[in-house]
Design a protein around this ligand. Structure first.
Ligand code: SAM
Length: 341
């Protein structure tokens, strides 16, 4: 359902629950140079290359969303920076920053390619990025990412900050893996001027282990941190689902993303596009809209625009994740790398 598209009012995508959708996350590839154990199986079957949208098609799709009122674009994946010629897409999209149509162009990355790309990202108008890092212990880092190298990621974080990017660090809280390390990770992040956001693990896609063993409710993590730190809730927002506290002892901000213990669907402002042109209106539901067919059906954007309106008109009220031993399968069959984290 599109709301006012008259000449006086700016275009807007509004869903059936009166939520304005102004944030698009785009998974530019489902491939990744890491194999984080909670995210993927080691032997993942990736989407066939022939099914992928070209960078030009991704640009066209994103542009239609911007014309329909999207103000914030986040490139993610898989690992967005391993998509071939990704900077071409970033450069193209940056024209919407220059025109003022887009307020923010940003990325979520594992940091492995940032020594190469950070300066160019800044040159394209990217101001903030999220970098995922679950531990500062090199052996544990290798164990959780299977293929990752901690020092390369640390160099990537250095390069991003040196280039002038505002860095937010993301860590998935995993029971028995990094919960005890959180004070150290937080002090380290805050010590280098970066916010840290912790995320509850979600039941997305088959992995090689039982998620029940890893799941750590953030209410518990917060209680553990409060034994050592003074946490004060603050109204700070970055357009995403994190709720923030200020940490008196470090002077930094800590965000909590709690899709399991407290879902934040009532304020959801986003939809997610995959690299094959499928639009998911909710991370935690199976319903989707194919935008590739209308994109390829004609050179004009009318069909595409109509397909987007229809999809937004079906955006569900929310998700309902369950992790417990009786529900021994993922709530949603696709992996986070497909939908885009
Ligand atoms: N490769 C990039 C990265 O590492 O940030 C972007 C894609 S990754 C899928 C985005 C984020 O999703 C990462 O912070 C990752 O830790 C998180 N993630 C992946 N699978 C998850 C799951 N099942 N539950 C919660 N977070 C997950």
């Amino acid at each position: 359902m599109t709301s006012a598209n008259s000449s006086t009012l700016p275009p807007k995508l509004v869903d059936p629950f009166a939520r304005t959708i102004d944030y698009l996350r785009v998974s530019v590839t489902d491939r990744c140079d890491f194999r984080c154990t909670y995210c993927m199986a080691e032997n993942m079957a990736f989407l066939p290359k022939k099914d992928l949208l070209t960078l030009e098609e991704l640009d066209r799709l994103c542009t239609v969303f911007v014309e329909k009122g999207v103000k914030k674009l986040r490139l993610t994946g898989g690992e967005p920076l391993v998509r071939k010629n990704i900077m071409h897409l970033v450069r193209q999209l940056s024209r919407h920053l220059a025109s003022g149509a887009l307020e923010e162009l940003t990325l979520t990355t594992n940091g492995s390619q940032l020594t190469r790309f950070a300066p160019e990202l800044v040159d394209c108008g990217v101001k903030r990025i999220n970098i995922s890092i679950d531990t500062l212990d090199a052996d544990k880092f290798h164990a959780i990412t299977r293929w990752g190298n901690l020092s390369k990621v640390l160099e990537g974080i250095d390069a991003a900050q040196a280039a002038g990017l505002h860095v937010k660090l993301n860590a998935v809280a995993l029971k028995g893996f990094n919960d005890k390390e959180m004070p150290e990770l937080m002090r380290w992040a805050h010590g280098r001027g970066a916010d840290l956001t912790v995320i509850e693990t979600m039941p997305l896609g088959e992995i090689d282990e039982d998620r029940t063993d890893q799941y750590m409710p953030l209410s518990l993590l917060r209680a553990q941190l409060e034994e050592q730190f003074t946490l004060t809730d603050i109204p700070y927002k970055t357009g995403g689902p994190a709720r923030y506290v200020e940490v008196a002892e470090t002077g930094g901000r800590l965000g909590f993303i709690t899709p399991m213990t407290h879902n934040f669907c009532e304020s959801c402002n986003r939809v997610r596009l995959t690299c094959t042109g499928t639009l998911y209106m909710c991370l935690g539901q199976e319903d989707a809209a194919d935008l590739r067919a209308p994109l390829r059906a004609s050179e004009g954007n009318e069909l595409l625009s109509r397909a987007i309106d229809e999809a937004i008109g079906r955006k569900p009220k929310g998700h309902d994740f369950v992790i417990d031993r009786r529900t021994n399968r993922p709530s949603v069959s696709r992996h986070m790398s497909v939908t885009g984290g």
